[in-house]
Design a protein around this ligand. Structure first.
Ligand code: BGC
Length: 835
C-alpha cells in the first residue's frame, strides 16, 4: 500500500496559504485492499503532537477537517496512516506552514511617491550566514521580488488578480537560500496590473483599486546570532526601473538608456481591503516553447511562428546599438499569409525594447499576450529562432485527465481544450487572453467548470475565484457581477445579474462537490449559492431587470447575424437557471445538514418548475420555446413535460437547420441529451459549425465562435472574435463523461462512486482515458478486435463504479481491473436520419 497526494486545502505542502479551515486529503494506491477500514491523522508542531484523530473509521481521504488552532508563521507536519480491509497498512507525512494570519503587521505600506513602474529597494546587513528566512509581502498592482539580484520563487503576476477593495493577498516565500552573511539587497519591482492604469474601461491614467503603486514586506532572517527583521518603512529608497510603460492590454516598453532617477519612499495607506494570506495558486512559466519557424510574409514582415496559440510572452537575447528599438507585436492568426492582429480591438499587445548597446535577456514582467505569431521589427540581420523562447504562463494546476483515441482530430481537439484552459486559467478564469478584455467572465467559467475539473485539479483555483465572487456578492446584495473580480469602471450598466452568468455562484460549487467531494469547500461556498438564489428570487422581473447575454453566440438567428444573444427566450432561460440554482442549493444544503436552506430551496425549485411547465409547454407537452438550446435545457434539467416530445423537437430542429445552433448555454449538455449515434455524428462533423471544423482549419486552441474563421482562414468579424476562448471546450465533459463514460455521482462524490457508461464508436478507434480522480486513478479504455470490443475499467481503492455496458449489461464494479467483451453493434437506425 502506498499513500500519495497529501494535500492541505488541496495544496501540496502549503506555505503561507489561508488555512483558516484546514482540510486534509490523500490518495491510497498499490494495494490489494479494496477499502479503508481505519485511518489516523496526527498533526505535529516542533515535534509535539497537537492533534490526533485516534485510530478511527472517520477520516475521509477526500477531505478531513480538523479543528486546529494554528499559530501565525508556524511550521507543522502531519501524518496519515491507513489500514486497508485486506490487512495491509501504510503511512505518509507532509508539511504545512502558516503565513501571517491575523497577526498585526510591523511593516508599513510604502510608495515611490507618484512614480510609476519603480523599484523599491533596501540594503541591509546580516551578522552571520542565515539559518532560515521568510518574507511576507504584497505589492500593488503587481510586483516582482528579487533578493541579491535573484528572483524569489518562479511566481509571476503576484500578488494575484482579485478584488483588492475587499482584500489583498499576502505571499510568503522561503528566502533562506538567497540571503548571505554581510550586505544583502532587497528589490521590489512594481507596476499597475489591474489595480491602476488601463484595464476594463479605465483610461491609462485612471485606476481601479489604487491610484499609485505600493508595497508592504516583512523579512524574518534567522542567523546564529538571532533574528533580523527587515520591514518596509521610511528608510527604503526607490529608483526608476527600465520599464517606461506597462499595461496588461498594451504590453510593455523597456528602456535602459534613461537617466537614473530615485529618492526616498513615502508612507501610504492604500484604499484597499485588509491583508490576508493568499488563496491564489502560483502563476508560473509552466512550459517553454521554441518557435517552429521564422517566416517572411508576402508583405515582407518577419514573423515568428510558435506553432501553437499560447499565453505568456517571449524571452529573447536583445542586442543592438544605443537608441535602436526592437519591437514585438503579438497576434493569433496570419491572414492571407500576413501578420494580423485585427481581432485585438484596442489592445496594443506589444513589447518594445530600447537598446543601450549592451546585450541582455529581455522579457516583459507585468503583462501577458495571447498569440501564435510574433511580428519582429528592428532586429538586425537574419533571425535565429534559437534566440527566442515562448514562456507559457498559467496557474500551476495539476493535469488530471487525458484521453487518447485513434482519431487524430479528436485528439487535437482535446489538446486545444487543454491549451485554452492552460492559457485562460491565469489566476482568474479569463474569457480570453489577447484582446482588451481578459476578465473573469462568470458565464464562461460556469459552462466550462465541469470540463475543467476533468482536465486538471481545479479545486484550489476555483476556491479562490469563489471567495472573490462572495466578496463581490456581499457588495451587491447577493447579485453576481458579470466578471469577477469586478473592475469598478464596469459598473455603469454593467452591474451583473445575467442569467447563466450569475449562476456560476451555484453551478461551480456543486461541480466542485461532485468532482472533489470536499465538504469544507462546499461549506465555504454555500453562501455564494444562497445569496445568488435569494437575489434572483427577490427580483420582481428578473428577465427585464438586467442586461442578459442569453444563449450567447448561438447561431439560431441567421436573419440577424450581428445579434449575439441567440433566440432562446430570456424568460425561459431565467426560469431554467433559477431552477438549476435552487436545485444545486437544495442538494448542497442537504449535504451540509442546513435543513432551513434546503426546504426554502426545494420550494423555490418547485415553483420555478411549475412556472416553466405552465408558461413554456402546451398541455400536450409540446415545448413552446423552439430552439435547440431550450430543448437541451428542458431535457437536462428534467423539466420537460414530455421527454419524448421534447427530444423529438430537438431532433427536428437539428434536421431543419442541418447542424447545431447552440450557444454558450446550450452547448455543454447538447451531446449528452442526444441518442448516442446522433451525438457521435455531431461530434465528428468537420463542416462549420462543429468542434472539428476549427481543428480542420488548423486551430491549436478553442475559438470563441463556431465560425471565428472562414474557410479561407480570415476572421469572420473582428469586433469580438478570439481564437482562444474555452467556453465551447465544454464538450470535454461529454468526452470524459459520456464517450469514456466516467461520471461522478452526487450520492458519493469525488468519484467514491461513479458511473461508467462508455460509448465506443468505431470511427474513433481504440481509446484510452486516464483520470487521476481524488480517490485515485481511474482508467477507462476500449479496443476493437475480431471478436468485438474489449472494454476495461480500473477502479481505484475506496471506490466503486456503476457500470453500464454498451450492450445494456449492468454491473457494480469494485476496486481493481474489470474486462468485458461486447459485440460491435453500431446503432445504424440512429445514423440514418442524422442531421
Ligand atoms: C466575453 C465573453 C463573455 C461575454 C458576455 C464577451 O466579451 O468575451 O466570453 O461571456 O462578453 O456576453
Amino acid at each position: 500500500m502506498r499513500i500519495s497526494h497529501l494535500r492541505v486545502n488541496h495544496w501540496k505542502d502549503p506555505l503561507g496559504v489561508d488555512l483558516r479551515h484546514p482540510s486534509f486529503s490523500w490518495v491510497v494506491s498499490d494495494t490489494l485492499s479494496r477499502h479503508q477500514q481505519k485511518a489516523r491523522l496526527r498533526v505535529y508542531q516542533a515535534g509535539e503532537c497537537l492533534y490526533d484523530t485516534g485510530i478511527s473509521s472517520e477520516p475521509d481521504s477526500l477531505g478531513t477537517e480538523l479543528p486546529l488552532k494554528l499559530l501565525p508563521r508556524t511550521a507543522y507536519r502531519w501524518q496519515v496512516k491507513v489500514w486497508g480491509d485486506g490487512g495491509d497498512t501504510a503511512e505518509a507525512e507532509a508539511s504545512f506552514e502558516t503565513g501571517k494570519m491575523e497577526e498585526p503587521w510591523q511593516a508599513k505600506w510604502i510608495k515611490p511617491g507618484e512614480k510609476r513602474n519603480a523599484v523599491l529597494e533596501k540594503r541591509f546587513l546580516l551578522p552571520d550566514a542565515p539559518l532560515s528566512g521568510r518574507i511576507y509581502l504584497t505589492g500593488l498592482g503587481l510586483y516582482r521580488l528579487f533578493i541579491n539580484g535573484e528572483p524569489v520563487s518562479g511566481e509571476v503576476l503576484t500578488p494575484g488578480l482579485n478584488a483588492y477593495d475587499r482584500w489583498v493577498q499576502v505571499q510568503t516565500f522561503d528566502v533562506g537560500g538567497l540571503l548571505r552573511k554581510g550586505e544583502n539587497l532587497l528589490e521590489i519591482w512594481l507596476s499597475g496590473g489591474i489595480s491602476r492604469g488601463r484595464f476594463s474601461y479605465t483610461p491609462a491614467d485612471g485606476y481601479e483599486y489604487c491610484p499609485y503603486d505600493c508595497a508592504i514586506a516583512e523579512l524574518h532572517a534567522v542567523t546564529a546570532s538571532g533574528e533580523t527583521l527587515i520591514l518596509t518603512d521610511e528608510s527604503w529608497r526607490w529608483r526608476a526601473s527600465p520599464i517606461v510603460e506597462s499595461s496588461i492590454y498594451d504590453g510593455e516598453v523597456w528602456d535602459f538608456g534613461r537617466e537614473p532617477q530615485g529618492g526616498e519612499v513615502q508612507l501610504c495607506t492604500p484604499p484597499v481591503g485588509p491583508l490576508r494570506d493568499r488563496l491564489s495558486l502560483p502563476v508560473k512559466v509552466v512550459m517553454e516553447l521554441k518557435p517552429r519557424s521564422v517566416l517572411t510574409t508576402p508583405a515582407g514582415e518577419t514573423v515568428l511562428d510558435m506553432g501553437q496559440n499560447m499565453v505568456g510572452w517571449l524571452r529573447f537575447r536583445a542586442k543592438g546599438q544605443r537608441g535602436r528599438i526592437l519591437r514585438l507585436q503579438f497576434g493569433e492568426q496570419l491572414e492571407r499569409g500576413c501578420f494580423s492582429r485585427a481581432n485585438l480591438r484596442t489592445a496594443k499587445a506589444r513589447f518594445e525594447w530600447r537598446c543601450d548597446g549592451s546585450e541582455r535577456i529581455a522579457e516583459p514582467y507585468f503583462t501577458w499576450f495571447g498569440f501564435r505569431y510574433v511580428l519582429l521589427e528592428g532586429f538586425d540581420g537574419p533571425i535565429d529562432p534559437e534566440d527566442f523562447t515562448g514562456c507559457v504562463v498559467s496557474s500551476e494546476l495539476e493535469e488530471t485527465g487525458r484521453i487518447v483515441t485513434g482519431h487524430e482530430g479528436l485528439n487535437r481537439l482535446m489538446e486545444n481544450i487543454r491549451w485554452s484552459q492552460r492559457g485562460n486559467f491565469l489566476d482568474v478564469p479569463t474569457d480570453c487572453p489577447q484582446r482588451d478584455e481578459r476578465e473573469g467572465w462568470t458565464g464562461d467559467a460556469q459552462v466550462f467548470a465541469d470540463a475543467a475539473c476533468y482536465n486538471m485539479d481545479c479545486a484550489p483555483f476555483f476556491a479562490k475565484y469563489m471567495a472573490d465572487m462572495l466578496e463581490e456578492q456581499e457588495k451587491a446584495g447577493g447579485c453576481v457581477p458579470y466578471v469577477v473580480p469586478f473592475a469598478r469602471s464596469r459598473s455603469k450598466g454593467f452591474e451583473g445579474g445575467a442569467v447563466g452568468w450569475g449562476d456560476a455562484a451555484a453551478v461551480i460549487p456543486w461541480t466542485l462537490w461532485l468532482h472533489y467531494g470536499d465538504r469544507s469547500l462546499l461549506r465555504r461556498q454555500l453562501p455564494n449559492m444562497t445569496a445568488w438564489m435569494e437575489w434572483t428570487a427577490s427580483q420582481k422581473d428578473w428577465p427585464s431587470a438586467c442586461r442578459h447575454f442569453g444563449d450567447w453566440l448561438a447561431l439560431d438567428r441567421p436573419e440577424e447575424p450581428a445579434e449575439r444573444v441567440g433566440k432562446t427566450d430570456i424568460r425561459f432561460l431565467c426560469l431554467c437557471y433559477a431552477f438549476l440554482t435552487a436545485e444545486c442549493t437544495a442538494k448542497a444544503a442537504a449535504v451540509l445538514g442546513e435543513s432551513g436552506t434546503e426546504q426554502r430551496a426545494v420550494l423555490l425549485a418547485e415553483s420555478y418548475e411549475r412556472k416553466l411547465k405552465e408558461a413554456f409547454f402546451t398541455p400536450e407537452g409540446e415545448i413552446l420555446c423552439r430552439t435547440q438550446t431550450a430543448c437541451v435545457l428542458a431535457l437536462h434539467l428534467g423539466i420537460a413535460v414530455n421527454r419524448e416530445k421534447t427530444l423529438g423537437t430537438l431532433l427536428e430542429l437539428l434536421r431543419e437547420s442541418g447542424h447545431l445552433t447552440t450557444g454558450f448555454l446550450g452547448t455543454p449538455w447538447l451531446l449528452a441529451e442526444l441518442p448516442p449515434g446522433k451525438a457521435w455524428d455531431l461530434m465528428l462533423r468537420e463542416d462549420c459549425p462543429s468542434w472539428l471544423y476549427e481543428v480542420r482549419l488548423g486551430a491549436t486552441t478553442i475559438w470563441e465562435r463556431w465560425n471565428s474563421l472562414t474557410e479561407e482562414g480570415l476572421f469572420s468579424e473582428t469586433g469580438m472574435n478570439s481564437l482562444n476562448h474555452y467556453a465551447y471546450g465544454s464538450v470535454a465533459s461529454w468526452l470524459y463523461g459520456h464517450m469514456c463514460g466516467i461520471r461522478p455521482l452526487p450520492e458519493a462524490p469525488g468519484f467514491r462512486r461513479f458511473r461508467w457508461q462508455p460509448l465506443p464508436d468505431r470511427r474513433v478507434g481504440n481509446t484510452h482515458c486516464r483520470l487521476i480522480a481524488p480517490v485515485g486513478e481511474i482508467v477507462s479504455q476500449w479496443r476493437y478486435g475480431d471478436e468485438g470490443i474489449s472494454l476495461s475499467l480500473t477502479v481505484p481503492f475506496g471506490s466503486e463504479a456503476e457500470g453500464i455496458l454498451p450492450d445494456g449489461r449492468r454491473r457494480l464494479l469494485g476496486p481493481g481491473e474489470h474486462h468485458f467483451l461486447v459485440r460491435d453493434m453500431e446503432s445504424k437506425e440512429d445514423r440514418e436520419d442524422a442531421p
